[in-house]
Design a protein around this ligand. Structure first.
Ligand SMILES: Nc1nc2c(ncn2[C@@H]2O[C@H](COP(=O)(O)OP(=O)(O)O)[C@@H](O)[C@H]2O)c(=O)[nH]1
Ligand SMILES: [Mg+2]
Length: 437
């Protein structure tokens, strides 16, 4: 497949829609605009035109925008056709474009891929762009936008520049040590910065869980004895009957999950099997799953029927709230609960939701206040870089090996953003030292 072929695709959503946007990228974009509009529209200006089919009849009237390279999303010549979002209109337009020489339908993600290849964005921004499109909550949108806007890119580029500089200094020491060009105190400063950088990278990695929570959700497990009212709470919060509610103990055997948007944070709520000692085989499997779900949760809600309390213990839970249920049936003194609720009267539910929201926000806030890795890919590469830096910092080792460790580490960091260029190290050396003197 030729890299130079011009690609096109419907870039707006499902049809029919009020307006549909068809995007074109490649050398032929201007040719397409000319063919459809009769003349090339002025660059970067939304212009009203009739779009013509091959025989000169009108497909539709709409807006066209032409973006000559390199000032476009992909860095290539681009054109956009905004038409009425009817299926037949769009089909006719796509058909018309497909009939042009060297034009083909774009593959998934191909516009963004071309943008990356043309240096319009780095890999972290490309990943963030796909997160932005997938974003459902406000926290997801904010995190994705900041990274699409180059927040991660800037951090990693800065780290990489420091590593390239460090290596240039150490290589210079290797090459010119007999000429006395590089004083030993320079090397000491370089290693001090490498050690500082390693610490920064480690604290950066610690923020990964926050990004995971933003992207995948803050996990809340509902546990308790059978009949405590766990499934009723899940259904109440879901606003529909997700789980079977019954006064027969042991009804819920599998883990059921719903997703909520609480104040802009994604929260995954899991209903589990009631914890009790005497249970049948299938129910025991459910109980085992319940324990595992609780152990992996960011917050565990331990429910207890206030009229029939059975205390259950949840080993390994990160943080837990003890909740008394069926408050509407309560007549006497309440036990020692963090809060009490009723899914019949709705009492206490607001307080419970705001408790969950506060805890989710605490975790998510980390991802907003500073740059964090957002993918396992970033974590793996940065861990590898940290291991290399630890090797390089070992002053028992030969200087050549230590310099090599710096090189591998900077390549790892470069791989996160998709930019590794061996020429760069030369540039760093030349710009730092007057080698040709
Ligand atoms: N009065 C009252 N009954 C409740 C409440 N929550 C649950 N129940 C009842 O308690 C029984 C067990 O509820 P369920 O949600 O299935 O408990 P689970 O076994 O913990 O999932 C059912 O008969 C529910 O109708 C509540 O807040 N008030
Ligand atoms: Mg249940």
């Amino acid at each position: 497949m030729k890299r130079t072929s011009t690609i096109f695709a419907l870039s707006s959503g499902a049809l029919p829609s009020g307006v549909a946007v068809v995007r074109v990228s490649g050398d032929g974009a201007g040719r397409a605009a000319e063919a459809l509009c009769g003349a090339l529209p002025p660059p970067r200006r939304l212009t009203l035109r009739r779009f013509l089919s091959e025989d000169g009849s009108v497909i539709d009237r709409g807006l066209v925008a032409y973006f000559p390279a390199p000032d476009s999303f992909t860095g290539e010549d681009c054109a956009e056709f905004h038409v009425h979002g009817g299926r037949a209109v769009v089909a006719a337009l796509l058909d018309r474009l497909g009939g042009l020489d060297d034009f083909r339908q774009a593959e998934a993600g191909e516009f963004t891929r071309r943008a990356f290849l043309n240096g319009k964005l780095d890999l972290t921004a490309a990943e963030a762009l796909s997160d932005l499109i997938a974003a459902e909550t406000e926290a997801q949108r904010r995190l994705a936008f900041a990274n699409a806007d180059g927040r991660q890119r800037a951090l990693y580029a800065g780290w990489r520049a420091r590593l390239l500089h460090a290596r240039a200094m150490i290589e210079a020491e290797l090459d010119f040590s007999d000429e006395g060009d590089v004083p030993g105190s320079v090397a000491a400063a370089v290693w001090a910065d490498v050690a500082a950088l390693r610490a920064e990278m480690e604290s950066h990695l610690a923020g990964f869980r926050a990004a995971e929570i933003v992207r995948e959700g803050f996990r809340v497990a509902i546990v308790g004895a059978p009949n405590a009212g766990k499934s009723s709470l899940l259904n109440y919060l879901a606003g529909r009957d997700v789980a079977i509610v019954s006064d027969e103990p042991g009804t819920t055997r599998d883990v059921l999950e719903i997703s909520l948007d609480l104040g802009g944070s994604k929260v995954i709520l899991a209903d589990t099997a009631g914890l009790r000692a005497k249970a049948g085989r299938v129910e025991m499997i459910g109980i085992e799953r319940a324990r595992r779900t609780a152990a992996l949760a960011d917050l565990v809600l331990v429910l207890e029927d206030v009229t029939d309390p059975h205390r259950v213990e949840v080993p390994g839970a990160a943080s837990a709230l003890r909740i008394g249920t069926k408050l509407d049936l309560n007549s006497g003194e309440l036990g020692p609960y963090d809060l009490a609720i009723s899914t019949v009267s709705g009492a206490g539910i607001d307080v419970l939701l705001s408790e969950i929201e506060t805890r989710a926000k605490e975790k998510v806030g980390v991802a907003e206040s500073r740059v964090v890795p957002t993918r396992q890919r970033h974590v793996d590469l940065l861990r590898s870089a940290i291991a290399e830096l630890s090797d390089a910092l070992d002053d028992e080792k030969q200087l050549e090996l230590r310099a090599e460790g710096l090189r591998i580490a900077s390549d790892d960091v470069g791989r996160v953003s998709g930019a590794i260029d061996t020429e760069e190290i030369l540039g760093a050396i030349f710009s730092t030292f007057c080698i040709g003197k």
